[in-house]
Design a binder for this molecule. Structure first.
Ligand SMILES: [Zn+2]
Length: 90
């Protein structure tokens, strides 16, 4: 007599299936946000404000734009933003 494996699902398998799903959802969520940012970047290219820091109006360095084309802040403003986020415990 054999045991029907299907009726005894391994709880670890189910857990990993669940975390795979969460992982996929997280990726999708991140992609959706990134697509939104890319669209905004394209709009900025259209209106000529691409590469301009939205906070101080200064130029965002070419190197930074190469690494993060969707960024809207220059490195100085980004650092300030991150510091204040950290200060607020975000
Ligand atoms: Zn700036």
């Amino acid at each position: 007599m054999t045991v029907d494996v299907e009726s005894f699902p391994d709880p670890t398998d189910r857990a990993s299936l669940e975390s795979d799903r969460n992982f996929t959802l997280r990726i999708r969520d991140r992609e959706r946000k990134l697509i939104g940012k890319i669209k905004e970047a394209l709009e900025r290219i259209e209106d000529g404000s691409f590469g301009e820091c939205e906070k101080c109006g200064g130029d965002i360095s070419f190197k930074r734009l190469q690494a993060r084309p969707v960024t809207t802040l220059c490195i100085d403003c980004k650092k300030k933003q991150e510091a204040s986020e950290k200060a607020r415990g975000l």
